[in-house]
Design a protein around this ligand. Structure first.
Ligand code: CA
Length: 516
């Protein structure tokens, strides 16, 4: 048990910072004296900021050695620096950024780490063995849901090596401006998700018949490599051969059984850690996200990159305020330019909706101590570790290379997860401070808690407790290694809490184009 409830503690992220965050559960009362003599002028809630020096109105407030805002009024040392007393800076311009200026850190290769995965004909490796049924349009969802239930009840027991059957349901496919700029994003997302490594190359489609997103458009001839099964098998509900509801269900079950038999023949084999494709994101963040969980994930990211694996970080609005750090870390000018292009596209997308990146922060973020998007972004970016950024993906694109990749996505947990699935993720790491029971049916989701209190209350939902970093029971390196080892175990079949409880959030396609 920690004594963090007794000794007043704060955490300063950088020696130049003039604010720090209060660690203690329940926050601290006015008049509290820290071991170094700092005395609180105001009561400060847990995770919120305390001024370490007297601040005049307009003075920059520094956290992570970055200006996260300006004092809205004079604040004496020991004051609570809250959303109300912090003015947010404007977004960094996208020209004049440092381009690939940082010398890449020397990273010793990490060898000898393996996991038990499912090798696919296209060279990818799955961590689960799942039959996915792609749908072209929401109209078929009810039928597919019914069929999936019957496949699970009646067929799955005959194929014990298959983990699950999942209907890839979504709200796209019809009633949409399918030729509009931006429509390529949901279409390629759905196409690429169907080719996720966890589905073993067994593409199967259920279509309605009259929808805009025709199967041939979703899977143009030859778009599925022959090695992965060639063209997908398709069941069309409006097919004249279907007489009555049960004939549709029979068609789906008959087709599914062909694929189940092929999937059932798959066996796990020893694969190097370099075959891991890990998507990292955060949700329900608090001020500890950027102190405990995200730095531990960043440490694990470096381990994965050293092992030759692929790590994707995403969430445009949560990196936008740190774009200068990221362009400096780009492996070359091409990567930096691609990153700037994605930021510019997203700036324009938000502007069209009459908002900017500051629309990101939630009431829960602010209650947890994150005053604005700049502060949130600085804590979010640390998930990417320290390696050079070697590639950039537009929303819905599939990975073409290994290493540390910036996959541009909205920060929305469901849309980010869906787009990382399309990129080819076979493991998902999710950090949370406020707490969310997030899970996906398609890949295992490992959840990392930022605080001891959350880890204690949600003991059967959180897979890793990074809160021990704040209470001094573990280092960032300890938790980073623990996460790395857990990733290998989960990739080999160990279940996460979200899998244990079968917690599955909906696939949510990103459609920036109009609907009709
Ligand atoms: Ca998120």
């Amino acid at each position: 048990m920690t004594d963090t409830t007794k000794t007043p503690l704060y955490i300063r992220m950088h020696s130049n910072d003039n604010v720090a965050i209060v660690v203690n559960d329940g926050g601290l009362a006015a008049g509290t004296v820290f071991p170094d003599g700092l005395t609180l002028v105001d009561a400060v809630p847990q995770g919120h900021k305390v001024a370490l020096a007297d601040l005049a109105e307009g003075d920059p407030v520094l956290r992570y050695n970055v200006t996260i805002g300006f004092a809205a009024r004079a604040l004496s040392r020991g004051s609570w620096v809250s959303e109300a007393t912090l003015r947010m800076p404007g977004a960094r311009e996208l020209d004049g950024l440092p381009i690939a200026t940082r010398k890449a850190p020397v990273m010793e290769p990490l060898e000898g780490y393996t996991f038990e995965g499912y090798r696919n004909a296209d060279g990818s490796v799955g961590t689960r063995n799942i039959l996915a049924i792609t749908t072209t349009v929401q109209c078929v969802s009810g039928v597919v849901e019914h069929a999936v239930k019957r496949i699970k009840d009646e067929l799955l027991k005959k194929y014990p090596n298959v983990d699950d059957v999942v209907g890839l349901e979504h709200t796209y496919g019809c009633g949409v401006a399918i030729e509009a700029p931006g429509a390529e994003i949901p279409i390629r997302t759905l196409h690429n998700i169907s080719r996720n490594p966890n589905f073993g190359g067994q593409a199967m489609v259920v279509s309605l018949g009259c929808e805009k997103l025709q199967p041939a458009r979703l899977f143009p001839k030859g778009s599925i490599p022959i090695a992965s099964g060639g063209d997908p098998s398709t069941v069309c509900l409006q097919d004249e051969a279907h007489v009555g509801f049960n004939s549709m269900i029979d068609s789906i079950m008959r087709t599914a059984e062909v694929h189940l038999a092929k999937l059932d023949a798959r066996r796990r084999e020893t694969c190097p850690a370099s075959e891991l494709v890990v998507g990292v994101q955060c949700g329900g963040s608090d001020a500890f996200s950027g102190v405990t969980a995200n730095p531990a994930v960043g440490f694990a990211t470096d381990l994965l990159v050293r092992a030759g694996a692929t790590v994707m970080f995403s969430e445009v609005t949560e990196v936008r305020d740190g774009i200068d750090q990221l362009t400096a870390r780009a492996a070359n000018a091409e990567v930096a330019d691609a990153m700037i292009r994605e930021m510019a596209w997203y700036d324009a997308y938000l502007k069209r909706g009459g908002v900017d990146r500051s629309a990101n922060t939630t009431p829960g973020n602010k209650k947890g101590g994150l005053s604005n998007i700049v502060e949130k972004a600085m804590g979010s970016i640390v998930k990417s570790g320290t390696a050079a950024i070697t590639g950039v993906l537009s929303p819905g694109e599939k990975l073409k290379q290994k290493g540390l990749i910036y996959a541009a996505t909205p920060a929305s947990d469901f849309i980010c997860g869906t787009l990382q699935l399309a990129a080819g993720m076979n493991l998902h790491v999710f950090t949370t401070g406020r707490g969310t029971p997030y899970g996906l049916a398609e890949v295992p989701v490992i959840k990392v808690a930022t605080r001891n209190d959350l880890a204690r209350r949600w003991h059967d939902l959180m897979d890793v407790n990074a809160g021990r970093i704040a209470s001094g029971e573990a280092s960032i390196e300890d938790v980073g290694w623990e996460l790395f080892q857990l990733l290998l175990a989960v990739a080999s079949g160990r279940k996460t809490w979200a899998e244990h409880w079968k917690l599955h959030n909906a696939l949510t396609l990103f459609n920036p184009a109009p609907v009709t």
